[in-house]
Design a binder for this molecule. Structure first.
Ligand SMILES: *Cc1c(COP(=O)(O)O)cnc(C)c1O
Length: 374
């Protein structure tokens, strides 16, 4: 039994009799998991929220216009299957692929979860980095998929040579989270090429902030699934839209499983509004560029304030301070209504993940750091 399942059980052993934990009879038949813990979503107004990698900018103007034009009568009906909607067509055109190469889901979390359930059926363990998106081990546990984590090198880089042993599948984000480090596309291809007999998933949640996508490789490798999302670069985390791109056979298998779990997951509103976002390429590029420019400024300012960090290709910076412990900075910033992300996890507990906000929000962060903390 995995560590997570065990700790999940222990946590629920609340009734103690004669020093021994006692489960209610029915609890023996319960699927016990430790759920993913997302970053805080405080209900307060006027906070500076740099803790969950949301965009500080609004969605494309067309999205707002479209809201006023939504057809209330359509809400009476079940929505169309996503791959039959304009959203699939728009995405296919945008990426110059066919619509049978696209799977659309309720955020990339839904897409990734379905991909775990569909493709990771081997008895051999799947591989992913030890420091990465902390949902992977949760899905592996909930679906009873054996897994092995591969240790990042001393610079927090993925070592492709770790991913050549026999396995049941491979998944990693590129850029990686929460480090923001981009792996060279040649190394990404190396991992895909070394694993032709299993499915390799590249989670590209942050690819639009300066990275090179593995998407063109789907024509060459039928075992590659590239997953992206509207939540970060497209400023629509609240709409829950994610998608996977790959060989039509992979997509067909994904759809078969998805429609066997819950057919109508994508709602009419999200499907309609997503189209407007994809149509406005100029606005999309402008927002990504603004965030990358603010990131450059943040590199300078955080360096000046005594932080070090790996070069980021995402909309966040993963920083550690030379003198002040991350936990203290995290708590003090919170007292001043500035939220960043911190994990009490081995090797990264002295780091903070700081989402790139607007220039104004970032200035408030530097000021707070300077005035109260450092
Ligand atoms: C944010 C994120 C996701 C999930 O985002 P959705 O909002 O579910 O689309 C997936 N992978 C990584 C690495 C992320 O950071």
């Amino acid at each position: 039994m995995s560590r997570r399942l065990l700790s999940g059980m222990c946590r629920r052993h609340k009734v103690v009799k004669n020093g021994e934990a006692e489960l209610m009879k029915w609890e023996e038949n319960v699927r016990k998991v430790v759920p993913y813990t997302p970053g805080e979503q405080p209900r307060k107004d006027n906070i500076i929220k740099l803790n969950t990698n949301e965009s500080p900018y609004p969605p494309a103007p067309g999205v707002e216009r479209k809201i006023a034009e939504l057809d209330i009568d359509k809400m009476r009906l079940y929505p169309a299957f996503p791959e039959k909607t304009d959203l699939a067509g728009e995405l296919a055109d945008y990426y110059h692929i066919n619509r049978d190469q696209i799977f659309i889901g309720v955020g990339s979390d839904d897409v990734l979860s379905m991909a775990f359930l569909t493709f990771f059926q081997s008895e051999k363990p799947i591989f992913f980095p030890d420091i990465t998106y902390s949902f992977y081990d949760v899905w592996a546990d909930v679906y009873r998929i054996p897994y092995e984590t591969k240790v990042l090198d001393e610079n927090f880089c993925i070592r492709p040579e770790d991913y050549v042993q026999p396995n049941g599948g491979v998944i990693f984000p590129n850029p990686n989270a929460p480090t923001g480090i981009l792996m060279d596309i040649k190394k990404v291809e190396e991992i895909i090429a070394a694993n032709r007999d299993v499915v390799v998933i590249v989670d590209e949640a942050y690819i639009d902030f300066g990275g090179v996508s593995a998407l063109p490789l789907i024509e060459k490798y039928d075992n590659l699934l590239v997953v992206q999302t509207f939540s970060k670069s497209r400023a629509m985390a609240g709409m829950r839209i994610g998608y996977a791109m790959g060989n039509p056979k992979l997509i067909q298998y994904l759809n078969d499983v998805k429609y066997s779990v819950n057919s109508y997951t994508m709602n009419y509103t999200a499907l309609e509004l997503g189209v407007e976002s994809v149509r406005d390429e100029a606005y999309f590029k402008e927002c990504c560029n603004k965030i990358m420019k603010t990131r450059e400024e943040a590199e300078k300012e955080l360096t000046r304030l005594g932080f070090t960090f790996p070069k980021s290709y995402s909309n966040f910076i993963f920083a550690t301070h030379k003198e002040v412990p991350a936990q203290i900075i995290f708590e003090k910033l919170k007292e001043h209504d500035i939220y960043v992300r911190h994990w009490n996890k081995d090797r990264i507990d002295n780091y903070l993940r700081i989402t790139i906000g607007t220039d104004e929000q970032m200035k408030a962060l530097y000021n707070a750091l300077e005035e109260y903390i450092i």
